[in-house]
Design a protein around this ligand. Structure first.
Ligand SMILES: [Zn+2]
Length: 167
């Protein structure tokens, strides 16, 4: 391939996936915090992990899923996954770090999170980006980043409950 074309291709891909990049950065941050919590189960680390997981989910639930380009079944499926993630997170937050169940709950949460990241980054978001186009992707990325930062700063406790259940 001609080098010029390749560069243009990469730039095009980059601007087409601004939203995916923003969400993938949040995914990486959450997994990092989970690693930290697993190594050192301090309350502070666990609460920070909770702030970031909940911040990420709230941003997706409020800003990404309501966009009309999201097929209804994808939205419903994603909300179910978030509900299970919240449950697994709550179980971890009340676990005793010196007990075996703490490790089991970290592992469970990790499996669910990895599944979430993989599914979104490889299947849902690329499809979604195609449907909304580069300009909207940029706008949504900015809103997603702002909402995430806001919820993280407020703390997970204020956002414990997910969106109301859909039928
Ligand atoms: Zn996500």
């Amino acid at each position: 391939m001609h080098p010029g074309r390749m560069v243009r291709g990469l730039l095009f891909r980059h601007s087409m996936s601004r939203l995916t990049n923003a969400l993938a950065a949040q995914h990486r941050r959450v997994i990092e915090l989970l690693d930290e919590a697993q190594e050192n189960a301090k309350k502070k680390t666990l609460h920070s992990l909770a702030d970031h997981i909940v911040g990420h989910m709230v941003a997706e639930e409020e800003i990404v899923y309501p966009v009309a380009a999201t097929p209804a079944w994808t939205r419903v499926q994603a909300l179910e996954e978030h509900a299970i993630l919240r449950y697994a997170l709550d179980r971890l937050l009340v676990a005793n770090p010196s007990h075996l169940s703490f490790d089991a709950r970290v592992r469970m949460l990790r499996e669910l999170l990895l599944h979430h990241c993989d599914r979104e980054e490889r299947a849902r978001l690329p499809q979604f980006e195609k449907a909304i186009g580069a300009r909207r992707s940029r706008l949504l990325a900015t809103r997603v980043e702002e909402r995430y930062a806001e919820v993280v700063a407020q703390g997970y406790a204020r956002h414990r409950k997910g969106l109301r259940d859909e039928e």
